[in-house]
Design a protein around this ligand. Structure first.
Ligand SMILES: NC(=O)c1ccc[n+]([C@@H]2O[C@H](COP(=O)([O-])OP(=O)(O)OC[C@H]3O[C@@H](n4cnc5c(N)ncnc54)[C@H](OP(=O)(O)O)[C@@H]3O)[C@@H](O)[C@H]2O)c1
Length: 270
């Protein structure tokens, strides 16, 4: 049976991708620094930043889904001053390049790369790193797809939670449409196996609301009472920070549904 390798298969999106591949009866190998315990997939130990284990991980593989990343902001769940100056590229740029090169030597039929909506206008160094990784994919001779997604709900949750200690929350009034990883994983699977290639429809969440509304719904779910100070941003500034509304495919899960699931007992905002 054709084998699919998932990098980042232990991450938030990667786990949802792996779940769906297994559910669909596909043979799956997960490339991970620390192999996990689930027994319905094969595990390949390795490190994208050094290339360790990559060649072996590609043995017999037909399709690669590259969902690995190293985002300091997502890892710690908060933005620090250093994030405005630099972001490590060893996984997203050099790691992607290494993976592409080895895929070129193996018999890979499709390389699907996960990326982010609006990278061209975004100014954070992490966005520039993601853009550089994407460019490596576009320049490769492989048969590739790129799927761009809006920020994930889990990240919005972490970022808003990092404000919890503040009595007043400065929140941009800009509209955007974050999305759940479950919806992104569904779209990634469609794109991985529908026979089409290239830059695929981007995916965002079902609702484009301003960030103030997302923050209010979050406070309701967490039973927090913080004053929200709405901050107007110019369109260029908002785009620079990644606040855009995606085109293309819309996921189904709303932020309030995600909150209800993750913070059971929340007040209804209906
Ligand atoms: N988060 C968002 O809001 C968002 C929005 C749009 C698109 N995306 C994109 O979606 C993809 C997945 O994002 P995510 O938020 O689900 O990521 P995540 O939860 O931070 O997971 C990242 C994954 O990459 C793996 N990884 C990190 N460094 C590695 C290395 N040196 N070698 C091998 N694997 C390594 C991690 O494994 P370990 O457990 O070993 O660290 C983990 O499995 C990325 O391409 C990201 O840019 C994310």
């Amino acid at each position: 049976m054709a084998l699919t390798l998932v990098t980042g298969g232990t991450g938030h999106l990667g786990r949802d991708i792996v779940d769906r591949l297994v559910r669909d009866g596909r043979r799956v190998r997960v490339f991970a620094r620390s192999p996990g315990l689930r027994s319905d997939v094969e595990w390949a130990a390795g490190d994208l930043a050094t290339g360790a284990g990559l060649r072996e991980a590609l043995h017999d593989v037909d399709t690669v889904i590259n969902a690995a990343t190293y985002s300091p902001i997502a890892r710690r769940g908060g933005v620090r001053p250093v994030d405005f100056f630099r972001s490590p590229s060893a996984v997203d740029v050099e790691g992607t390049e290494r993976l592409l090169s080895l895929c070129g030597q193996a018999d890979i039929r499709h390389f699907l790369h996960v990326s982010i909506v609006g990278l061209e206008q975004a100014t954070l160094p992490y966005a520039q790193v993601k853009l550089a990784g994407e460019r490596r994919v576009r320049a490769s001779a492989l048969s590739w797809s790129i799927v761009r997604a809006m920020p994930f709900y889990y990240l919005l949750d972490k970022l808003l939670s990092s404000l919890a200690w503040l009595p007043v929350w400065p929140v941009p009034t800009t509209p955007f449409n974050p999305v759940d990883t479950s919806d992104v994983a569904d779209h990634v699977l469609t794109c991985a196996f529908d026979g089409q290639r290239g830059v695929r429809a981007e995916i965002g969440g079902p609702e484009a609301l301003d960030l103030v509304a997302f923050a209010r719904q979050y406070q309701d779910a967490r039973r927090l009472h913080r004053k929200i100070l709405p901050i107007g941003l110019s369109e260029a500034k908002a785009r620079g920070m990644g606040f855009v509304v995606s085109q293309g495919v819309r996921g189904r899960l709303r932020w309030t549904d995600w909150l209800q699931h993750n913070y059971p007992g929340m007040r209804s905002t209906a």
